[in-house]
Write a protein that binds this ligand. Structure first.
Ligand code: 0X9
Ligand code: ZN
Length: 433
């Protein structure tokens, strides 16, 4: 009897878990012009909706709309002549489905502390322990570094992977990170897969012999923990003190970097794109800034892995192009093609473009900052987070896709790393010994 009530409580707990999203709908929005892009973007912002992916002509956007905002949202779209479709009536059902699928996958998983598998999404503690295990097991190539602590005091760890302990000044550095936006779970297998192929299952030794790597798998630990504990769609960090009674909390870390800070983001703490008190007001973005500064002279490529949409974006988010825009675009296309060659046919081809021109204006992003401060090649990847239109929506992860997400993204990363390393030598960014 006792066990039965414990079980009931557990089931009730699991079911109550996604209560905050009960009745939230997901809409697909189809725009046909750049005017409509801006119109929809601005309205979604004003209504403080949670935009999952922005609509651009030819690529429908998706947006999460609470029950009480549905009528006003639909009216606006109708009046503006924007086509839309109700995709999911109640996202809570899909959240429960994701839980079930991931729990079933975890039950069969062969993951261990020192070998994280690609059949489930690992939580913060698992990744944190794994990074330390690797450094212990492979001391000649792996160093674990604590870059600092998150707002809530969690350790922000990253790996340095190098055959020469970062001492060889002629080697270019490639840096990548995932989970700056905590709900973008599918991005974690991309960095874990890269670590796996650089340390454990090395089949292409040029990548490790010629390049030094910095990999930061959980760039936003507090947000990530919160997506397991209470709010699966949490995007920002968990900074408090911005509003009376902390009615709204959290800074969008991808608007908190010192590049056109505050120009294309929100002053409103309640917004998903709130930029914080000032550039680098947040410990998480400051840690990334410091890593970039430390390796500024040798950084050839910076990759910030996000989801979703199958897009590779480059700066600047203001629409201003870097002076090497042509090469940046070309290298972006090479990465996209490398992924497309092995992607699942049910997913779309990648597109490549400047953030502003291909998507929307955005200031203060990590990849723009890296480009301005250090890396001649810097990109935001938006991975595909779904298998096909019948699968789970948006940020929800189908466990069947986890290994493929890691594998296909690694193809893009490799292509980018090799091309950026070659360009760095040519640019004499690093010494050609
Ligand atoms: O809006 C963002 O922060 C990124 N998209 S996401 O859906 N993952 O939130 C795109 C940022 C790209 N911005 C620049 N590189 N400027
Ligand atoms: Zn993101």
């Amino acid at each position: 009897m006792k066990y039965l009530s414990v079980l009931c409580l557990f089931v009730a707990g699991v079911l109550a878990k996604h209560e905050i999203y009960d009745g939230h709908a997901v809409y697909q929005v189809d725009v046909t012009s750049m005017d409509q892009v801006k119109l929809v973007h601005d309205f979604e912002n004003d209504l403080m909706l949670d935009v999952w992916s922005d609509a651009v002509p030819g690529r429908p956007g998706k947006v999460l709309v609470p029950k009480f905002k549905r009528a006003i949202f639909e009216n606006f779209l109708k009046q503006s002549g924007v086509q839309y479709k109700l995709e999911v009536e109640n996202i809570k059902e899909q959240l429960e489905l994701e839980d079930q699928l991931l729990a079933a996958a975890a039950a069969k998983s062969n993951s261990t502390r020192s070998r994280l598998s690609f059949d489930k999404i690992h939580n913060y503690e698992e990744v944190d322990a794994y990074l330390q295990e690797l450094a212990k097991e492979f001391p000649n190539v792996v160093t674990v570094v604590e870059g600092g602590k998150s707002f809530e005091g969690r350790s922000i760890k990253y790996l340095r992977i190098s055959t020469t302990n970062f001492q060889d000044a002629s080697k270019p550095v490639v840096m990548m990170q995932s989970l700056l936006h905590s709900r973008e779970w599918v991005t974690l297998p991309a960095t874990l897969y890269a670590i796996h192929k650089l340390v454990i299952d090395v089949t292409e030794s040029d990548l490790i012999n010629n390049i030094d790597w910095i990999i930061l798998p959980v760039a936003n630990p507090d947000g990530y923990v919160h997506t397991f504990d209470g709010d699966r769609f949490w995007r920002k960090n968990r900074a408090t003190g911005y509003m009376i009674f902390n009615y709204c909390i959290g800074v969008d870390l991808n608007r908190n970097f010192d590049v056109s800070w505050g120009t294309e983001s929100s002053y409103n703490v309640c917004s998903e794109i709130f930029h914080g008190r000032r550039a680098f007001s947040e410990p998480e973005s400051s840690v990334i800034r410091d890593i970039i500064a430390e390796h500024r002279n040798r950084m050839a490529l910076f990759l910030d892995i996000h989801s979703y949409g199958s897009i590779i974006l480059y700066g600047y988010g203001s629409g201003v192009l870097p002076s090497n825009a042509l090469q940046v675009h070309l290298l972006g296309v090479q990465m996209a093609q490398a992924i497309d060659r092995v992607k699942w046919s049910t997913n779309k081809d990648y597109i490549v473009g400047n953030t502003f021109h291909a998507m929307y204006a955005a200031s203060g992003s990590a990849s723009d900052y890296a480009m301005q401060a250090a890396a001649p090649f810097s990109y935001t990847y938006e991975l595909p987070a779904y298998r096909n239109d019948d699968g789970l929506e948006g940020f929800l992860v189908d466990p069947d896709f986890i290994e493929q997400a890691g594998f296909e993204t690694w193809e893009g990363i490799k292509a980018g790393a090799r091309a950026a390393a070659a360009a760095a030598k040519e640019l004499k960014k690093v010494n050609t010994a």
